[in-house]
Design a protein around this ligand. Structure first.
Ligand code: SF4
Length: 155
């Protein structure tokens, strides 16, 4: 007998307005199967989690699903042509494609520092896009100031 589940609140009488939605929690590798009972946008109950993080995840996933976004954008004046960026917070899922489109034609100039904001409040989401790799301007590179050839991978 599973005593842990015995302590979980049991579903009340079946209500035909209550719909059960199933999500997989991504909070850790365990990947708990969450069942979220909801009436329209009101969550009635979350089941199937093994820690409180799962309860929060189930409610968030049902009401306002979000995903982290990482991509690359063009950079000029650096040793490589594209620099990796990510959103500082997860983006509403229905705005992911629009944010990627907004970043597609963006060009920034070296140097950039890790964590530097390249787009503030992207598309009015309140979320910043930040650089995840430091890149000096090519003129600041040691091998250029010392006259040495750059490594083959950067030539
Ligand atoms: S509910 Fe907790 S234990 Fe289960 S996958 Fe989510 S974070 Fe991991």
């Amino acid at each position: 007998m599973n005593h842990r589940h015995d302590r979980q609140p049991q579903p009340q009488a079946i209500d035909e307005d209550v719909a059960t939605h199933v999500y997989l929690c991504t909070g850790c590798p365990l990947g708990c199967r969450l069942e979220v009972d909801a009436v329209d946008d009101e969550v009635v109950e979350v089941r199937g989690f093994n820690c409180r993080k799962g309860d929060r995840y189930g409610r968030q996933e049902h009401l306002d699903p979000r995903r982290p976004l990482s991509t690359t954008i063009w950079i000029e004046g650096a040793a490589i042509r594209r620099v990796p960026v990510r959103t500082a917070e997860p983006v509403p899922r229905d705005q992911l494609v629009a944010v990627v489109e907004a970043l597609r034609g963006l060009r920034i100039a070296a140097p950039v520092k890790r964590g530097e904001v390249v787009v503030a409040d992207v598309l009015g989401t309140g979320i910043d896009v930040i650089v995840t790799r430091e890149l000096p301007a090519v003129g600041q590179r040691d091998h250029l100031t010392t006259g040495q050839d750059p490594p083959a991978s950067e030539a």
